[in-house]
Design a protein around this ligand. Structure first.
Ligand code: DC
Length: 207
């Protein structure tokens, strides 16, 4: 069984994906980490993000065994990931890995921007998680503070708006709900209520 979860930056889709995968005993892939890992290599090697061919090369040779590096979750890498993920060859290079991951028994949960539309159009359940930008900024701000990153709420809100704009308006695999996705707005839900709502939606769909 494949559960596809898409949504904008800091919508909580990663946390939901993790909890749903634990609940069902499925594997979980936060696909944003793949783009973040490409960005990390670019930044570490001091390659300009505008170098499309270099980004493609990095994606083709990506080592997917170190996706648990906490540095990947940082704001600078997130911003850089948003740039390199706009390059179609980068997306193509990461597609096979994601599709293989999705096919593993007994099931998999993948979260990202284009899981229901491009990576797993035949997913059994597609959720599109959203929340107001101000609420997403509030959550991301708290998360970064907990990680020890000193950031301003206003800066994060601005980053989120810029990323939404870029992710939704890019020519390749723009962020949008699949036609058959169920939309879950978590603006007024805490993490537990959001999980319960998502779980109910999944159960109703596969019943
Ligand atoms: O979800 P995230 O913040 O970790 O994602 C980082 C960037 O990667 C985001 O700006 C858009 C991109 N991304 C994507 O284009 N497709 C995905 N399936 C996942 C992430």
């Amino acid at each position: 069984m494949i559960i596809a979860i898409d949504g904008p930056a800091a919508s909580g889709k990663g946390t939901l994906g993790k909890r749903l995968s634990e609940h069902f005993g499925f594997a979980h892939l936060d696909t944003g980490l793949l783009y973040r890992a490409v960005a990390r290599v670019m930044l570490d090697r001091e390659i300009a993000l505008a170098e499309r061919d270099a980004a493609h090369e990095v994606a083709l040779n990506l080592d997917v065994t170190h996706l648990d590096d906490p540095r990947l979750r940082g704001a600078q890498i997130g911003e850089a990931a948003s740039v390199v993920s706009g390059y179609q060859p980068v997306r193509d290079a990461l597609l096979a890995f994601q599709r293989q991951f999705a096919e593993q028994p007994p099931g998999a949960v993948l979260d990202g921007r284009d899981i229901g539309t491009v990576v797993c159009p035949h997913a059994d359940v597609k959720l599109f998680i959203t929340a107001a930008p101000e609420e997403r900024a509030r959550r991301r701000h708290l998360e970064l503070l907990k990680r020890g990153e000193q950031t301003e709420y206003a800066t994060i809100l601005e980053d989120i708006r810029r990323r939404d704009e870029r992710d939704m308006n890019r020519a390749t695999a723009p962020l949008k709900p699949a036609a058959d996705a169920i939309i879950l707005d978590t603006t007024h839900l805490d993490a537990e209520a959001a999980f319960q709502a998502a779980l109910d939606l999944v159960k109703a769909k596969v019943a």
